[in-house]
Design a protein around this ligand. Structure first.
Ligand code: HMG
Ligand code: MG
Length: 305
């Protein structure tokens, strides 16, 4: 395959993947402001937070308040992570219409991240996905460690395919493949999509690239060449996973937008407004943006002043 999709859908994971690993607590008000700024910029999907144990990931406590407080824009999908039925009940009680369950292609990562084996996690997700179906709630599925594991090293595409197919069979409408530790390179990424496409339609697959080794944008481009048209990204390149030490943020939304718009691929998203949202959250965190494009835009703006 070597033709690009004409349109790409971005899943903004900054308010969840971006903030879950922060040392400092981010207030509910700041989290709400971030979500609203991102949807004001035209992002069609924002992952608002997680209904996980606050003992495991304290940064995501208060997700119910965030979900209840955001300005719900028509046509925008607001997703939340849910690891089990307890999380599902809490999510729907707050009005969630979209959830994501998260599995891994590595046994050790699964144990560290959600305290159970891959098989047990799939057993746990089955009733969650069934309950969601009965209530008309959409379910997205994640597979972590698809291009390497912080504990086990190499992970084979066959291992990834097994878990992705299982999630799809359980009823996930889309499977997002997570390069949790950002170790993947374009050749491996293309091979992975080709392995997955044996059984799953490419239109049901999404790329979720962390940028630890600086390969994330190249991996997005390689995925476009393979006909993948959904990407997870994080404003200002925020992020990391508490159970993958040293892993850096997701590919920055600003950088992906610059790439896509430069290729005349439609997103419906306003890059300048995303960059503003990035400046806003970076001011809260007291740090520079991790987006190269965000930085370049800020430098240009400062020169013009
Ligand atoms: P556990 O300790 O095995 O759970 O944790 P448990 O069922 O035995 O319950 C123990 C305690 O947790 C109980 O409380 C439960 O009530 C509570 P206690 O009686 O001790 O006071 N509990 C909950 N509380 C709130 N919400 C819940 C919930 N469930 C149980 N849903 C569990 C298992 C899955 C809960 C835990 O391991 C957990 O919360 N893990 C979260 C991991 C996480 O959020 N990781 C980051 C997201 S994944 C990621 O970043 C990767 C991704 O970006 C893709 C990529 O990059 O690869 C998606
Ligand atoms: Mg992630």
């Amino acid at each position: 395959m070597n033709h690009y999709p004409g349109q790409v859908r971005l899943v903004e994971v900054g308010p969840r993947d971006g903030l879950q690993n922060e040392k400092q607590a981010i207030s509910v008000a700041d989290r709400i402001a971030l979500c609203d700024a991102l949807t004001d910029a035209g992002l069609p999907y924002v992952e608002v937070g997680s209904f996980v144990s606050p003992k495991w990931v304290p940064q995501m406590a208060g997700t119910a308040e965030v979900l209840a407080g955001i300005r719900q824009r028509p046509g925008v999908t607001y997703g939340v992570l849910v690891p089990n039925l307890q999380g599902f009940e809490a999510a729907v009680a707050t009005g969630a219409r979209e959830i994501a369950v998260f599995a891994a292609a590595s046994e050790t990562f699964s144990q560290r991240n959600i305290n159970c084996s891959i098989g047990q996690s799939l057993e746990r997700f089955a009733p969650v996905i069934e309950a969601a179906r009965l209530r008309g709630v959409q379910v997205r599925g994640y597979v972590s460690c698809v291009l390497g594991c912080p504990y086990e090293g190499e992970i084979s595409p066959d291992q990834v395919a097994q878990v992705a197919e299982a999630l799809s069979d359980l009823g996930c409408y889309e499977i997002s493949l997570g390069d949790t530790i950002g170790r993947g390179t374009p050749g491996k990424v293309r091979a992975l999509w080709n392995r997955l496409a044996r059984r799953l339609p490419r239109s049901s697959l999404a790329g979720h690239f962390h940028d630890t080794y600086g390969q994330a944008l190249a991996n997005v481009y390689a995925s476009l060449q393979e006909g993948i048209a959904v990407f997870d990204s994080s404003v200002a390149g925020l992020g990391g996973c508490p159970y993958a030490k040293g892993a850096s943020g997701n590919v920055a939304t600003e950088d992906v937008l610059y790439l896509l718009h430069g290729m005349d691929i439609e997103t419906g998203v306003d890059l300048a407004r995303v960059a503003e949202a990035g400046n806003g959250i970076c001011a809260v965190l007291g740090r520079e943006t991790g987006s190269r494009v965000g930085k370049a835009m800020a430098t240009r703006a400062a020169r013009r002043e």
